[in-house]
Design a protein around this ligand. Structure first.
Ligand SMILES: [Cu+2]
Length: 119
C-alpha cells in the first residue's frame, strides 16, 4: 500500500513528465534554442493528404507524421528517408538533421505529395 504522501509525490512526478516546460514556458522566448529541447512538429495524414503539405523546420527538430486514415501510408523521400508502412492510427517520427528540401510521397498512393524543408 502506498501512503497518501507517496501518491501525491507520484502525481507530481507524472505532471512534470507530461508538461516539463509548463512552468518556464514564455511566448516569444521559446526560440532560445539552448534553453530547451528542439521543437516537435506534427503532420496529420488524413483523407489521402498530408496536412500541412509543406512544413518548414529547423535542423535537429522532430517531425511526427500521424496516420488518421483507416489504411496504411508511407512518408518516403527517395534516398533520404522512408517511414515504410505507417499503419492506420500509427505514427512515424523523424529527426531532421540535414538542411535541404525534401519532397516526399506515399509509395502506396503516389499522388500523395508533401514537402519537408529543413533550415
Ligand atoms: Cu498512402
Amino acid at each position: 500500500m502506498r501512503t497518501r504522501t507517496q501518491r501525491l509525490a507520484l502525481a507530481l512526478i507524472c505532471a512534470g513528465a507530461l508538461f516539463p516546460g509548463a512552468a518556464t514556458y514564455a511566448p516569444g522566448t521559446a526560440g532560445g534554442a539552448s534553453a530547451g529541447k528542439p521543437a516537435t512538429h506534427s503532420v496529420v495524414i488524413d483523407g489521402l493528404k498530408y496536412d500541412p503539405e509543406t512544413l518548414t523546420v529547423k535542423r535537429g527538430e522532430t517531425v511526427i507524421w500521424t496516420n488518421k486514415d483507416p489504411f496504411p501510408h508511407t512518408v518516403t523521400a527517395q534516398g533520404k528517408f522512408d517511414s515504410h508502412d505507417i499503419a492506420a492510427g500509427g505514427s512515424w517520427k523523424y529527426v531532421a538533421r540535414t538542411a535541404g528540401e525534401y519532397s516526399y510521397i506515399c509509395t502506396l498512393h503516389p499522388n500523395m505529395k508533401g514537402m519537408l524543408r529543413v533550415e
